[in-house]
Ligand binder design. Structure first.
Ligand SMILES: CC(C)(COP(=O)(O)OP(=O)(O)OC[C@H]1O[C@@H](n2cnc3c(N)ncnc32)[C@H](O)[C@@H]1OP(=O)(O)O)[C@@H](O)C(=O)NCCC(=O)NCCS
Length: 197
């Protein structure tokens, strides 16, 4: 075998080895335990897993494409809470500067025209972590975030009969301002909640 052929073989083999190592190496992500976090796109699998075991038919399910688009836009926030193993056990979304659905427009007298509305949604807590006040913590994170960005009014929608969720929003001084079909899914009847910040 000529020296040139041997050199070409060596180059092929070393490329094969580096491809194999790259394929086997897991993507690195530093996972904090017992933490509250602002999630990024590296959490999409965890968000989908949490949603699959925790939504209980109470939230509108988001798919991977929705979440990829959400993080790519970068204008809104998903907060998360991890447990002592670093597993995502709670999440909530705040969308900034949303347009009010027509059912709510009549509830507000926006005299100054300077109001800015946010909506908190997709609040989910893993069944193993319920009853420990995590939803209250998630609402606080969303409200602080909205406030820090100059939001003046925050909303949420709770499916009729979801007492655990409703109770949490009422505890944070939200009030029910209307009841009717969800703008995202007309088959779902929801309470529309509002908080003046
Ligand atoms: C609604 C939800 C987010 C509440 O989360 P949470 O962190 O458990 O909220 P809390 O800790 O305040 O608990 C809610 C109530 O359930 C009770 N609870 C206690 N243990 C519980 C358990 N193992 N499982 C469920 N609820 C429990 C709590 O006592 C509390 O009632 P209380 O305030 O009278 O004590 C959670 O149940 C959930 O993810 N549900 C499915 C999705 C959903 O409904 N999202 C809201 C959409 S608007």
């Amino acid at each position: 075998m000529s020296a040139a052929t041997l050199g070409a073989y060596r180059a092929d083999i070393s490329q094969l080895i580096s491809d194999f190592v790259a394929a086997e190496r897991p993507a690195f992500r530093f996972v904090r335990k017992n933490a509250t976090l602002r999630l990024d796109a590296s959490w999409i699998d965890d968000i989908l897993t949490l949603q699959a075991v925790s939504a209980d038919g109470q939230t509108i399910l988001r798919d991977r494409a929705y979440l990829e688009d959400f993080f790519a836009r970068g204008t809104d926030t998903i907060f998360g809470i991890t447990d002592s193993a670093g597993r995502l056990v709670g999440q909530a979304t705040t969308k900034m500067d949303v347009t009010l659905p027509s059912i709510l427009k009549s509830s507000f007298n926006e005299a100054s025209g300077a109001e800015r509305h946010a909506i908190i949604g997709c609040v989910t807590v893993h069944p193993d972590a319920r009853g420990q006040g995590l939803m209250g913590k998630l609402i606080d994170l969303c409200l602080e975030d909205a406030k820090s960005r100059g939001i003046t009014d925050t909303h949420a929608r709770v499916k009729l009969g979801n007492e655990a969720s409703l109770k949490n929003f009422l505890k944070k001084d939200f009030s029910v301002v209307a009841t009717g079909p969800s703008p995202e899914d007309k088959a779902r009847v929801v309470d529309f909640l509002h908080l003046k910040m």
